[in-house]
Design a protein around this ligand. Sequence first.
Ligand SMILES: Nc1ncnc2c1ncn2[C@@H]1O[C@H](COP(=O)(O)OP(=O)(O)O)[C@@H](O)[C@H]1O
Ligand SMILES: [Mg+2]
Length: 237
Amino acid sequence: MAILDIEGVSLRYGTVQVIWDVSLSLEEGEAVALVGANAAGKTSLIRMISGLVRPSGGRIALFGEDISGRDPADIVRMGLSHVPQGRFLFPHLTVRENIEMGAAYLPGAWQAMDRTMAWVIHLFPRLGERLGQKAGTLSGGEQQMLAIARALMARPKILLVDEPCLGLAPIMVKVVFDALGEIKKQGITLLLVEQNVWKSLKFSERGYVMENGRIVHRGASAELLADGKIRKAYLGL
Ligand SMILES: Nc1ncnc2c1ncn2[C@@H]1O[C@H](COP(=O)(O)OP(=O)(O)O)[C@@H](O)[C@H]1O
Ligand SMILES: [Mg+2]
């Protein structure tokens, strides 16, 4: 059974429709890639799933429960966290304070703080070495790690990650993908939006391709990687 099941959702910003009849599902433990050009609607779709914008139509079910229009904090409590495009860190707070923010919505999370913190620092040792440093002084790659670490503090079962490698040096791209691999190994289900289509399809088991607000291809990542149209449009091959 799908733990996240999106059926026929649409989204309008005012009078402008940006998402049309999108269906997508996640099975427990899988990594799924959502790829598409700029402005295809990927971020809007992810923000709809985490309750930050309300769908204009369709249905979103999380663990079998309809969450359309639900408060974002409730959705975090149900086990879904979101690493937003652009990171949205608190630059004047320390790394530790930013990480702790991720536990803010979760009853009981403050008591489990030390244990959860130890877990995320084990995933991102670089953050452990910089707990007292202001987030705004971190490198881009370190800031991305911090954004992921913060989302993990809510102990999610599903993690939505939006463009984690945007603007990162290749060495940091590898660090981020290694960390995502580790997160997946822990059994966390991943929906990954990433400009690096090659890497994200290599990383995931399944993928969806979005164009102009619609899902135009879906399938096993290996099949998408082998598809001539996709290779031409997204991989420049
Ligand atoms: N808050 C908003 N208000 C109005 N239009 C928006 C808003 N956010 C995004 N859009 C528009 O929605 C479309 C999809 O954007 P977005 O979801 O950010 O795509 P992607 O993440 O694939 O680049 C774009 O045309 C963008 O300009
Ligand atoms: Mg985006």
